[in-house]
Design a protein around this ligand. Structure first.
Ligand code: SAH
Ligand code: SF4
Length: 389
């Protein structure tokens, strides 16, 4: 790993309501400090416990048979193995699974397991709901109900491995479930490092991807403190359009965001992924494609075009396939590496951007630019909404 080891103050480590330490929320350095300095155990116990958690995926301390009985009893009293509980598993016809989890708080979150020919991807959540209010996103309609702890994030991976081990290792993790991961960096960054830890789950740093709507200071922090890869949801090519579709743009407009991407530290051969949800007549013209080429000058990146998944109540529509293809062809002609994401699992509402249920108190809808009102069949606004400073 390149990023320095994470060692948070002991009082910042995740605990349950009874004060028990949630072990899957600790980096290896933090587990070592607790076991050795607080419990007076010998250092080799750290590796033993780490392996039970992330190689054997046990669900209780009783199963950790190479620990002394005394230590196991102490651990039962002071710590917990599982941080979340399986609520339900849904299977889509293409093999995709949506797993819903129950948190101690009673809230329900989701992960999506996507097996394909050469990889198994798990899409995980970082928050309950999301505060960013992107206009095309179902999770955005929930508003933010809470941040997940490091343990609640890591345990989505550990327990999914436990359940689906027979179907092959999870090779890729994407933070593209519910929530804006960089709105919860204190928990997400340690979680990325636990997933990448070579003595445990051992995911390649190239295969753990944090996707963000564009929180610039936290993008910088991710670059310094985590080995994970970065994906950014671009979704629009002008500030006017992005201010509407993704209100976070009012705080960090395109020029500021792209500057942060140019400065993002990359290892040899690594690239940032730019995600672009294709919305019919909103952001899918060749002028948009042209503007992308300009925006990404000097940003080592690839572009992933995502077909919009419609959900109830949305005013947006999926771009026709020909338009997505034409968009890709144009980008490719300008030497931009461009892929089109295959839509998976939509018969069970498990596709990306469909996670969650709208809340009773929905965040307010943003006023679209005047030119968009006609396209979407909305009443024309009297003027564009003001920018935030
Ligand atoms: N908050 C983060 C990660 C979760 S959203 C982010 O915004 O990047 C994961 C991806 O799903 C983002 O690229 C987002 O733009 C996209 N998305 C959201 N709603 C969608 C929808 N209805 N159809 C297709 N993609 C969607
Ligand atoms: Fe949040 Fe991402 Fe949805 Fe925007 S697209 S509301 S940042 S989850």
């Amino acid at each position: 790993m390149n990023a320095p080891p994470i060692l948070r103050p002991a009082d910042e480590l995740p605990r349950d309501g009874q004060g028990r330490l949630l072990l899957k929320g600790l980096t290896q350095s933090e587990l070592e400090r607790w076991l050795v300095e607080e419990l007076g155990e010998r250092p080799f116990r750290v590796t033993q416990i780490w392996k039970w958690l992330y190689i054997r995926f046990v669900s209780s301390f009783e199963e950790m048979t190479d620990l002394s009985k005394g230590l196991r009893e102490k651990l039962v009293e002071l710590a917990r193995v599982d941080a979340i509980a399986v609520d339900a598993v849904f299977r889509a016809s293409d093999g995709t699974r949506k797993i819903t989890w129950k948190l101690d708080s009673g809230a329900i979150i989701e992960s999506v397991l996507i097996p394909s020919e050469n990889r198994v991807t798990l899409c995980i959540s970082s928050q309950v709901g999301c505060a960013m209010n992107c206009q095309f996103c179902l999770t955005g309609k929930m508003g933010l109900r809470g941040h997940l702890s490091t343990a609640e994030i890591v345990d989505q991976v550990a327990q999914t491995r436990r359940m689906f081990e027979a179907e092959g290792h999870i090779s890729n993790i994407v933070f593209m479930g519910m929530g804006e991961p960089l709105h919860n960096p204190d928990n997400v960054i340690p979680a990325t490092q636990i997933l990448i830890d070579g003595e445990g789950l051992g995911l390649s740093h190239r295969k753990v991807t944090v996707s963000t709507s564009g929180l610039v200071p936290e993008i910088k922090r991710l670059g310094q403190q985590s080995d994970a890869k970065l994906a950014v949801s671009l979704n629009a090519t002008t500030d006017e359009m992005r201010d509407w579709l993704m209100p976070i743009n009012r705080k960090y407009p395109l020029a500021v965001l792209m500057e942060a991407l140019r400065e993002f530290p990359l290892r040899n051969g690594d690239r940032i992924t730019l995600e672009y949800v294709m919305l019919k007549d909103v952001n899918d013209s060749l002028d948009d494609a042209r503007r992308i080429v300009k925006l990404i000058e000097k940003v080592p990146c690839k572009v992933n075009l995502i077909p919009f998944n419609p959900h109830e109540g949305t005013e947006f529509q999926t771009s026709p396939r020909e338009r997505v293809e034409a968009f890709r062809t144009f980008l490719a002609s300008k030497h931009v590496h461009t892929t089109i994401r295959e839509t998976r699992g939509d018969d069970r509402m498990a596709a990306c951007g469909q996670l969650g249920r709208p809340g009773e108190k929905m965040p307010k809808r943003m006023t679209p630019p005047a030119a968009m009102a006609d396209v979407l069949g909305l009443t024309a606004p009297s003027s564009a909404s003001p920018r935030e400073n």
